[in-house]
Ligand binder design. Structure first.
Ligand SMILES: [Zn+2]
Length: 150
């Protein structure tokens, strides 16, 4: 399982962020939350996406899909805006056929909000950042509502 180098937007320090781990990544220098962006395939999807301590935004994409290339930077922007609250996991459906089948992906991109493996929200097709942000925040607030009720 790999790790990505992420530059802290607060102090500029470069941090190594592992694809999976407890808690959420923070800058080693200033302790600000860092955006958490990882890639997963069939073999490590459970470890990276389902065991995550924060809700996971899953980007099910394909190399041959034009709209996927447009939606990918939008999702990375959301991962930066919601650093410490979510994790973005990119899954290439051609490299992860079992995962694609499990979530019955019929079109790419398909976006999911997962909370410990449970699908909180689902969106098929690309959308602009404000729409994706509203969709994501609604899914996250639905989760909070569920927690206060139980
Ligand atoms: Zn920092």
């Amino acid at each position: 399982m790999g790790s990505e180098t992420v530059k802290c937007s607060n102090c500029g320090k470069r941090n190594k962020v592992p694809a999976a781990g407890a808690g959420t990544p923070r800058c080693g220098n200033c302790h600000e939350p860092l955006p958490w962006i990882a890639s997963a395939a069939d073999g490590d999807f459970a470890e990276i996406a389902e065991k995550s301590s924060v809700p996971v935004l899953v980007d099910l994409w394909a190399t041959w899909c034009g709209p996927c290339r447009m939606v990918s930077p939008a999702l990375e922007q959301l991962a930066r805006e919601r650093a410490g609250q979510i994790k973005l996991v990119k899954t290439d459906v051609d490299a992860a056929p079992a995962t694609a089948e499990r979530f019955t992906v019929r079109a790419v991109p398909t976006l999911l909000v997962l909370d410990r493996g449970e699908v909180l929200a689902r969106q098929a097709g690309a959308a602009p950042v404000p729409q994706l942000r509203a969709w994501l925040d609604q899914a996250l607030s639905a989760k909070v509502g569920k927690e206060t009720k139980s």
